[in-house]
Design a protein around this ligand. Structure first.
Ligand code: NAG
Ligand code: NAG
Ligand code: NAG
Ligand code: NAG
Length: 362
C-alpha cells in the first residue's frame, strides 16, 4: 500500500464532517488534518483519538487560518462551511476564498460540501431563496465552471474538483423539523407545511463513503456534482414506511405555513441566525427566520429537490443504505427524539450490517 495521502477537512466536527473524518481514518489511503476552532471540545477530541487524524487550531472565517491550513500541502481538501454561524454573505466570501487559497497552495483534489442552489433550480423565483443553501450552491457553480473550463482547455492538471451535494438528512427524523409527534392513542403524526413532493433524504453515515469514492476515483469524480440521497420520499411515504417498519399507525397532516411558522419560530421575529441572540448586530442582508424556513419548506416539500439519479448512486456505492425502510430498520427508528449524532452511533452498532463494518468502499 502506498503512502497515505493527507486530506484537510474543514467542518470536520459537524454532522457530515464526523463520518467523513472517520471514513478517512479507517481507509488505508488517507490521513486527515481537521481545522477546528476549539481543540479541546468533545467532538474535536473524539476525532483526534482516531488513527491518522490530527487537529489544527483555526477558524473557517479567517484568511490566515485558511492559509496556515492549506500550507500543510494536503493532497485533497473536504470543505463544509457552517452557514448557520457565518450567514449568507460571509459564507459566500469565505467559501470562495477557501477554494482560491486551495488552488494557490496546489491542492490536487477539492471537494466542496454543496447544497442545492434552490433559487436557480426554482427558476429564480425569490420565494425559494434562503441563504444557507444558495450560498453553497453559488460557490458550487463557480467551482464547476472553473473545473470544466480547465478540462475544455485540454488540461486536467490543475485541480480535480467535485461537489458532494446533500439535501436534508434522514437523521433529522430524530430531531428538529422532521420529528413526528406521538398522539394519545399511540399513533404518530407529522404535522408540517410540506406538500406531497419527494424529498431527497440522505443518511449521514453514507456521506463518508461517498467522500472516499470521490477521492479514490478522481477521473470519474472530477467536475462531477455528486448529488446524493438515500431515497426520495414524500411525507405520506415517510408515514407509510414508518407503519410498515413499526406496525404503528402514522399520518402526515399538512398545515399552512401561516399556521406553522408562529408555532415553530424560536422567538417572535427571530432572524435566520437566531441562535446568535436577538441583539447581535445584523445588516439588511440577514433573512428572518420565517423567510428562511418558508423557502426551505416550499422547495423541499414541493419536490423541487428530487433531482437525484438513484441508479447512478447505486453504481457509485453498491453498499449504500438503499431506502428509508432499510435505514429505519438499521437504526431501529421509533419516532422518538434522539440526538442526530447518537443516531449515527446506533447505526454503526447496528447488527450484521455493512455500516457496522465501518468504512469499506466499493
Ligand atoms: C484505496 O485506494 C485504492 C486505489 O484507488 C482503491 O482501489 C481502494 O478501494 C481504496 N481503499 C479504500 C478503503 O478506500
Ligand atoms: C472548548 O471546549 C471546551 C470543552 O467543551 C470548553 O470547556 C471550552 O469553553 C471551549 N472553549 C471555547 C473557546 O469555546
Ligand atoms: C496511521 O496510523 C497507523 C496506526 O495508528 C500508524 O502506524 C501510522 O504510522 C499512521 N500513518 C500516518 C501517515 O500517520
Ligand atoms: C435557514 O434554514 C436552514 C434550514 O434549516 C438552515 O440550515 C440555515 O442555517 C438557516 N439559516 C440561514 C442563515 O440560512
Amino acid at each position: 500500500m502506498s503512502e497515505r495521502k493527507l486530506i484537510l477537512v474543514i467542518g470536520g466536527t459537524g454532522a457530515q464532517g464526523i463520518p467523513v473524518v472517520e471514513a478517512l481514518s479507517a481507509s488505508p489511503n488517507y490521513s486527515a488534518i481537521v481545522l477546528t476552532r476549539n481543540l479541546t471540545s468533545t467532538r474535536a477530541q473524539t476525532l483526534a483519538s482516531l488513527p491518522n487524524v490530527t487537529l489544527l487550531q483555526g477558524t473557517q472565517d479567517s484568511l490566515p487560518s485558511l492559509h496556515a491550513a492549506f500550507a500543510h500541502k494536503p493532497h485533497g481538501a473536504w470543505v463544509n462551511l457552517d452557514g448557520f454561524t457565518l450567514g449568507e454573505k460571509n459564507e459566500l466570501f469565505y467559501g470562495i476564498r477557501a477554494y482560491e487559497i486551495a488552488r494557490h497552495h496546489g491542492v490536487k483534489h477539492y471537494i466542496w460540501a454543496n447544497t442545492d442552489y434552490a433559487l436557480r433550480i426554482a427558476g429564480w423565483d425569490e420565494r425559494y431563496h434562503w441563504g444557507h443553501n444558495d450560498a453553497k450552491g453559488r460557490i458550487g457553480d463557480l467551482i464547476l465552471a472553473h473545473g470544466r473550463g480547465e478540462r475544455e482547455g485540454g488540461l486536467l492538471g490543475g485541480m480535480a474538483v467535485s461537489l458532494l451535494t446533500t439535501g436534508p438528512y434522514m437523521d433529522m427524523l430524530f430531531d428538529g423539523m422532521y420529528l413526528p409527534q406521538e398522539k394519545e392513542d399511540g399513533s404518530f403524526v407529522w404535522r408540517n407545511p410540506a406538500a406531497n413532493g419527494k424529498i431527497p433524504l440522505i443518511a449521514l453515515a453514507d456521506v463518508g463513503k461517498y467522500s472516499l469514492w470521490i477521492l479514490n476515483n478522481p477521473l470519474q469524480s472530477t467536475n462531477l456534482n455528486l448529488a446524493v440521497a438515500t431515497e426520495q420520499v414524500s411525507f405520506p411515504d415517510i408515514a407509510a414506511t414508518f407503519t410498515r417498519v413499526t406496525g404503528i399507525p402514522a399520518t402526515h397532516e399538512p398545515m399552512p405555513l401561516e399556521e406553522y411558522l408562529p408555532l415553530a419560530e424560536p422567538y417572535p421575529h427571530a432572524y435566520a441566525n437566531w441562535a446568535l441572540g436577538p441583539d447581535t448586530p445584523r445588516d439588511k442582508s440577514v433573512m428572518t427566520w420565517r423567510e428562511n424556513f418558508s423557502a426551505w419548506w416550499r422547495f423541499w416539500g414541493e419536490g423541487k429537490g428530487a433531482t437525484r439519479d438513484m441508479g447512478f448512486l447505486d453504481g457509485v456505492l453498491p453498499e449504500r443504505v438503499r431506502s428509508l425502510e432499510e435505514w429505519m430498520r438499521l437504526v431501529r427508528y421509533d419516532g422518538r427524539p434522539r440526538a442526530v449524532l447518537k443516531g449515527l452511533e446506533d447505526m454503526r452498532g447496528g447488527k450484521g450490517t455493512r455500516t457496522g463494518e465501518g468504512n469499506k468502499v466499493v
